[in-house]
Design a protein. Structure first.
Lengths: 328, 308
């Protein structure tokens, strides 16, 4: 397998009114061709910023460090023309809010065909036919007529289908889906995920799914990265992490997923406190203040990322997996 | 569409009726006697009384109002007190082309100066161009038009002789450039700010992110995705301005000596020319109401969400 995306020690700082705030503090990730990787974390953990940094969509107030390589090429060095040719053709993105990510004043057909015409060089009529095929593919009935509709004539779930059709239009090698189901009703969420699942399966498209919902991520992804305060705190194959989380934060996230087994109703456990906003002292674990297992060393030494299982790594002084081995 | 008109046209008529009634009544509340003004300070009481009778001012207010409304039904606005034997409608229609030319050019200045400046400012917020336009628009907004007009007259017309000082004769455009520029300047400053705000919002919007993520080059992002969303609200405001200006711009027309509806209104107020004042007010209100209607219709054309 070849790596389609390699992110190495990515950092993102935002400068506002002279003060710098670190949003991403050294994230590394690797996505193989056709692989599905999930990034999970709370609001403010830097997961969306990481996704936007990869797409080069961050505003000019952001300073990006580290490296992003796509199919071996240095994305951070792309000029405007190269970027425009790359986005939409080789990499595509599905955004969080389908209500506002489609242009309200342009017909859906226009928004679908503009990418097809630019990247695949289709003629007007060919692009229209292809757009109708794509709409049909994402499950929109009467596709040919609906191309002339404006976004407001579609429901939220339908709009997200349109957005997925736009992302998949040029069969990119990688689709980044940034909270694609967060703004949707629960019943529609499953449909949209199934659609994404089906499309990426069919074209062997690699996918990076960004979500705060570990349940969504674990049902969709081969591999998971858990982010906290701008860092990856745990990474590994989904099965390993769900079965045996090493980082107390991952454990807490797993515990807060509602389950149908056992006695009902019951209160879901919540993680006390809130994630740090802005700067975290370099020589401590960012999760220490909310962690039930924290020791004095957690507040004086930042934990390095170390292997905690056969295929998983975590940044924790007292990984739960090792602790259990000791007690066993 | 027809349902829209069916609802809006009666509304418009009620508004116009209200405006006319208010204007009519106000001119009677204001102290001063038009007959005395016409007759002059040395006229005898008998002369004033006869002028009163001639103008119908000796009848009750209700009678005068009824007569005025009856005339309106026949599109007759009455005869001017001050300009002897001139029907009000003739006087207004004579002045209208001047005001119309001034209004159209003024709105053009607003759009041509304001919108591009706002776009440039928004594209690099906080940079020199942005700061310069913010400052310039503040000046443009704060400067009173009569002062700007006098300043321009002094510099460009008096000192450098580039434009005529005052009046209105062929070639008319020479007499219109300075006044319309003065008229448009305040609006342009306002539109620059508005465009900048709208543009900043559009540039931050998810659909612009999406367009970029689709691989649209910056030019397409700006022209196809941003500009439409920025311009559609501005279009309606420009339309309203046009309606407002068409009714006559009193200050500008007075400063530049243009014989438009604004000047006509101004002079009529000076002589308490009741029919002329009510006629001019009715005209101004008519344009505003009609442009409002047209703007709402145009808005439905630009924005599919308003369409029904």
């Amino acid at each position: 397998m070849t790596a389609i995306l390699e992110v190495d020690d990515l950092t993102v700082d935002f400068t506002r009114a002279g003060t710098r705030t670190a949003a991403v503090r050294g994230v590394s990730l690797r996505v193989e061709a056709g692989e599905r990787v999930g990034i999970v974390g709370e609001s403010g953990s830097g997961k969306s910023v990481t996704a936007q940094a990869v797409m080069r969509l961050l505003p000019t107030t952001a300073t990006v460090g580290g490296s992003v390589r796509f199919a071996g090429q240095d994305v951070l060095a792309y000029d405007a023309a190269k970027l425009a040719a790359w986005r939409g053709a080789d990499i595509a993105m599905v955004f969080q809010d389908p209500m506002s990510s489609l242009n309200p004043l342009l017909r859906v057909g226009t928004q679908l065909t503009e990418g097809l015409r630019r990247h695949r060089g289709l003629s007007k009529s060919d692009a229209r036919a292809e757009a109708a095929r794509l709409l049909k593919l994402v499950g929109i009935a009467d596709a040919d007529r609906r191309l002339d509709d404006y976004p407001h004539a579609f429901s939220g779930g339908m709009r997200q289908r349109v957005c997925i059709a736009i992302a998949a239009a040029c069969t990119p090698k990688l689709i980044i889906a940034d909270e694609p189901t967060t703004a949707l009703d629960v019943t529609v969420q499953a449909q949209v995920l199934d659609l994404l699942d089906e499309l990426t399966e069919r074209y062997a498209t690699a996918t990076v799914l960004v979500s705060h919902d570990l349940g969504v991520i674990s049902s969709f992804c081969d591999r998971i990265l858990v982010m906290y305060a701008g860092r990856v705190v745990e990474a590994g194959p989904t099965d390993d992490i769900v079965a045996d989380p090493a980082h107390p934060y991952t454990r807490a996230l797993l515990d807060s997923i509602p389950r149908l087994e056992g006695e009902l109703p019951r209160r879901l456990p919540a993680i006390p406190g809130s994630p740090p906003f802005g700067d975290v002292p370099a020589d401590s674990c960012a999760f220490a203040d909310r962690c039930a297992y924290a020791q004095p060393v957690c507040r004086t030494v930042a934990p390095p990322t170390v292997p905690v299982g056969p295929r998983t790594q975590a940044a924790c002084h007292f990984p739960l997996t090792l602790a259990e081995e000791v007690t066993r | 569409m027809s349902r829209f008109l069916l609802r809006r046209v009666p509304q418009a008529i009620i508004v116009l009726f209200g405006v006319v009634t208010l204007a009519f009544l106000l001119t009677h509340v204001v102290p001063g006697d038009p007959a005395r003004l016409i007759a002059g300070p040395n006229a005898s009481a008998a002369t004033v009384a006869s002028i009163h009778h001639e103008l119908g001012l000796d009848r009750s207010l209700a009678y005068q109002y009824g007569k005025f409304l009856l005339g309106l039904l026949h599109f007759d606005l009455g005869t001017s007190f001050a300009l002897q034997n001139t029907p009000v409608s003739t006087a207004i229609l004579r002045a209208l082309p001047v005001s119309a030319a001034l209004a159209v050019l003024g709105v053009l200045w607003e759009a041509v100066l304001g919108i591009p400046v706002g776009i440039i400012a928004a594209y690099r917020p906080g940079k020199l161009a942005d700061r310069a336009t913010t400052l310039a628009s503040l000046v443009g907004l704060s400067a009173p038009p009569f002062w700007v007009g006098l300043l321009l007259l002094y510099l460009l017309a008096f000192k450098f002789n580039l434009f005529p000082l005052s009046g209105y004769e062929a070639p008319f455009i020479n007499y219109l450039i300075l006044p319309s520029f003065t008229l448009g300047l305040g609006g342009a400053a306002w539109y620059a700010r508005l465009t900048r705000t709208n543009m900043l919002e559009a540039l931050r919007s998810p659909y612009v992110q999406m367009a970029r993520a689709k691989g649209m080059p910056e030019r397409v992002v700006l022209l196809r995705h941003c500009l439409r969303n920025v311009l559609s609200p501005l279009l309606t405001m420009l339309g309203m301005d046009l309606g407002y200006f068409l009714g006559g711009v009193v200050v500008i027309e007075s400063v530049f000596g243009l014989p438009g509806v604004g000047k006509l209104t101004f002079d009529a107020i000076g002589t308490l020319d009741v029919p002329m004042i009510t006629g001019a007010v009715l005209f101004a209100a008519f344009f505003i109401v009609v442009m409002n209607l047209l703007v709402d219709l145009a808005y439905a054309l630009v924005d599919p969400r308003v369409r029904r």
